[in-house]
Ligand binder design. Structure first.
Ligand code: NAG
Ligand code: NAG
Ligand code: NAG
Ligand code: NAG
Ligand code: NAG
Ligand code: NAG
Ligand code: NAG
Ligand code: NAG
Length: 377
């Protein structure tokens, strides 16, 4: 298609070397005129260095019959809202090989009519949720050879008629199937992207397999991993093991942890808190017993000023201080809750440590179940 397009361009260019526009099957122009003949359906511009395309460049009423417009390799860096308002019947738009960073429905008066959109070889870096939301009649979308490294979930959900999307030659390292949610999966090209085949891409790998089984992935052999180093060049769809087990617990393990481990940890916590409370009460009680008015006075009255029982205020202050000291010691001694809390962290090591602690409270069979799970994944 690209080759044909270029051939047509060259032929067109040769013929219009002396004229501004020539009318073949298509209408070729080497610059943008102010007037156009009536009844045109297809216009191709071979203009260079357009830069910013503002809303006053195309304003001939004759353009309302045009259904196909190409502005390829024209040095367009930005298209302002309304720039294509004159093209009221546009179903096909090619902006191949420019310097565009985005696409907007506001370029067109009737974005919902557009069926084919080509933005290949631009410098788009990401697809945001609103960029394509009004192109509800779009069937083919060419985004090859941009710099796309992110496609927001939901950004394609309005393209319910999409049958083909080309995302090859971009900068995608991860993608989830949720990006295509709400669509009948279109035919796709996803090759020549730096896919990161770590565990996160596993479900995407399954998605690719489904696409392949439905003959929807056109360039399967180019959909290869760039990272991790050990997987470089491997086809993403052909990976049976995304090395998920060492980094993350498998869904089974997670559910075991949630069903058995979590309640147990909570129970342990509750039990330990209860013990702590009992200890505290006991310590306070013992301290009260120790601080007998008579004995206290003899210890306290080094300066010989205050004989006999302490007054009520001093006693209260003393008791409070003692209580504080004792409870601090107690907190220093009872550190187990910290260990158990670590189980809620992400580190597998911490989790193992905790379960080693906890294994005292586990029935042996449960402990074994968990241990073997975490090894074999
Ligand atoms: C729109 O662009 C054309 C050509 O680049 C320029 O001559 C014109 O002044 C611009 N109009 C506005 C409103 O910026
Ligand atoms: C457009 O991009 C090309 C390469 O990506 C670059 O060489 C050129 O300078 C850019 N043009 C403008 C006007 O930014
Ligand atoms: C959408 O495209 C179909 C042809 O595929 C056409 O019949 C229909 O009118 C278009 N819808 C709009 C809103 O232009
Ligand atoms: C444009 O879309 C139609 C379907 O609406 C499709 O048959 C055709 O191949 C597309 N053309 C290009 C150039 O992608
Ligand atoms: C590709 O994306 C990464 C971020 O995911 C970014 O750091 C890098 O610069 C991008 N490369 C290009 C060529 O845009
Ligand atoms: C691949 O993904 C993993 C997990 O998200 C991340 O740690 C790693 O840095 C990524 N590698 C590259 C090259 O982006
Ligand atoms: C794809 O097809 C193969 C062979 O027919 C099958 O083994 C595999 O499970 C299928 N994959 C998916 C995700 O449907
Ligand atoms: C897929 O992977 C298997 C081994 O896992 C390998 O034997 C086979 O050649 C691979 N197929 C392709 C097309 O890369």
């Amino acid at each position: 298609m690209k080759l044909m397009f270029e051939l047509v361009l060259i032929c067109g260019l040769m013929r219009i070397s002396r004229f501004q526009c020539v009318h073949e099957k298509e209408y070729f122009c080497s610059s943008i005129p102010t007037d156009f003949p009536e009844g045109l359906t297809s216009v191709i511009f071979v203009v260079t260095k357009i830069g910013v395309l503002n809303s006053t460049v195309f304003n001939s009423p004759s353009l309302k019959s045009v259904t196909s417009l190409a502005l390829a390799n024209s040095g367009i860096t930005k298209i302002e809202p309304g720039a294509f308002y004159a093209f009221q019947s546009l179903t096909k738009l090619s902006l191949y090989q420019n310097n565009l960073t985005t696409t907007m429905a506001s370029w067109l008066s009737k974005p919902e009519r557009l069926e084919n959109l080509t933005l290949s070889q631009n410098i788009i870096q990401g697809i945001g949720p609103s960029m394509l939301s009004h192109f509800s009649n779009l069937t083919t979308l060419h985004l090859a050879n941009n710099r796309i490294n992110m496609i927001a979930v939901g950004s394609l959900k309005h393209l319910s008629k999409l049958t083909y999307i080309d995302l090859s030659g971009n900068n995608l390292s991860t993608l989830t199937r949720n990006v295509f949610i709400g669509l009948r999966p279109p035919r796709m090209k996803l090759g020549d992207n730096p896919w990161n085949c770590s565990c996160e891409l596993q479900d995407f790998g399954f998605f690719l397999q489904e696409l392949m089984n439905a003959s929807l992935l056109e360039d399967a052999s180019s959909v290869t991993c760039q990272s991790p180093a050990g997987m470089k060049g491997v086809s993403v769809w052909n990976i049976s093991d995304f090395n998920c087990s060492p980094e993350l617990p498998s869904p089974f393990l997670t559910s075991v942890f949630h069903k058995v481990g979590l309640p147990l940890v909570l129970m342990c916590l509750a039990f330990l808190s209860f013990l702590l409370l009992l200890l505290l009460l006991w310590v306070v009680k013992r301290d009260k017993k120790q601080v007998q008015p008579g004995r206290e006075a003899t210890v306290e009255d080094g300066d010989g000023e205050q004989k006999g029982p302490m007054n009520a205020m001093t006693k209260k202050i003393r008791n409070n201080r003692l209580y504080e000291e004792k409870s601090q010691q107690l907190f220093k001694r009872v550190r187990e809750p910290d260990l158990i809390l670590k189980a809620f962290g992400d580190q597998e090591g911490d989790k193992k440590g905790c379960f080693a602690q906890l294994s005292r409270y586990w029935s042996p069979s449960e402990t074994v179940l968990f241990d073997s799970g975490s090894k074999d994944g």
